[in-house]
Structure formats: structure tokens, C-alpha cells
Design a protein around this ligand. Sequence first.
Ligand code: ADP
Length: 239
Amino acid sequence: MEFGLTVRDLSFRYGRKLALDSVSFDVPRGSFTALLGPNGAGKSTLVALLTRLLVSREGSIVVAGHDLARAPRRSLAALGVVFQQPTLDLDLTVRQNLFYFAALHGLSRRDASVRIDRSLDRLGMRERAGEKVRALNGGHRRRMELARALLHEPSVLMLDEPTVGLDAAARRAITGHVHDLADQGVSVLWTTHLTDEVEDSDQLLVLHKGRIVASGQTGEVRGGQDLQDWFLARTEEAA
Ligand code: ADP
């Protein structure tokens, strides 16, 4: 099987603290892969390594066939990221924010215009293009960040706890949109500490104390157990 993202034997230390301990996993192409872990598991560290905010000499990360250490530009060009903290200019319109980001990626105005419309259409946001971000609710702002992460048409999309601060309806909408993107062939890595964001058909990775402690298709991995009970049994005793 071809993989959107491959991580092998990745370790990372903050001084003497081992935050990631020989982590290996694959995000199959066009899958929705949930990386589930309690606070302190190492999710943010992993996200920082995948986006090259941190660099490790132990292990490898391959994005859409490109080794992140050897071909960082190509790797990062294939990766779309939605960070946990929103980074939108509230006083610009949706379209202006996206143009700004497209310019950073070196897209011409014409190309940018086409891609912005396509990207907004994918998220059902086209009719909001002229509104200032300040006027949007939290769910629409998040959707817009998702549209922005897709502008350079990445094949791998990574989202770092993307539903933080959203109400139940907005959470459901955003998880639905991201599942649609996976169905369209985008390889998705979705980090979360919330089991109710994970569906039985999703690929599941459980990260605990810097190690992958379980992986597989969620429905199979949990067996007959409730996912929350199953997850707590594997992670709670050390909390
Ligand atoms: P998560 O995002 O899953 O909550 P983190 O990646 O933030 O987990 O943290 C993983 C481990 O590394 C935790 O034990 C945390 O205390 C530790 N850690 C995170 N950042 C630092 C840092 N800058 N210095 C030292 N330890 C850190």
C-alpha cells in the first residue's frame, strides 16, 4: 500500500526528558488516521517534528515519498497543516487572508484566485469570502483555516487538535468535512485527546508516554468495548 506519511523510529528529547520513544506509524493514502493520546503523550512534539519546528536526528519522516530531512521543501510542499492556535488576521476578509497566504507560497494572483475559490467550495465557504474574519463564528473560522491549509493542494493534511474551543455542532461539521477530504484522497492525520471524534472506520494510533501503544482500524482495535473505556484502560493508570 502507498503511504501518505511514514514515520520510523522517531525519538525526541527535551534535555533528559524523552518525549517520543522510537515512534513508528503509517498514514495510508486517503485515510483518516486519528492520533489519540492524553495530555503529555507527545502529540505536540510529534506535530512540531512533522512541520520541522523541531528537528530530531533519531528516526525518519517521509511525506508523500519525500524524506523530510533530505528534501524538506518537497516534503513540506506536500503537507497542509492546521495548527491548534488560530492564525488569521481578524480585520481582513476571508478572501484577503487566503490571498496573503497564497502569496507566501509564491502563487500568482490568477492561480491564487482559482485555488481560493476551489478551496472555499470544498469547505462550503464560498459565500463567506467577502466577510471579515472577525464576523465569523468559531466553526467558520476553523473551516477557513482548513481551506487555507488546502490552498497549495497538499496530499497530506495534518490537524493539531482542531476542534479545541468549538461547540458540538461545529465539531461535527469540521470532522465531517475532513472525512470528506480523506474520501477524496487526502491522507489525513488528526490529533486529538477526545475519543468521540474517532469513528470505527478510521485508522487509529494511540500515543501514550511517547510510545505508540495501539494501532489499527478503530472498530477492530476496540473489539466490543466502548472506545472511551478501551482508551482509558490503556492510558489512565499512568495519568
Ligand atoms: P501532548 O501534546 O500530547 O500533550 P507534548 O508533546 O506537549 O504532549 O509533551 C510530551 C512530553 O514532553 C510531556 O511529558 C511534556 O511535559 C514534555 N515537554 C513538552 N515540551 C517540553 C519542553 N519544552 N521542555 C521539557 N519538556 C517538555
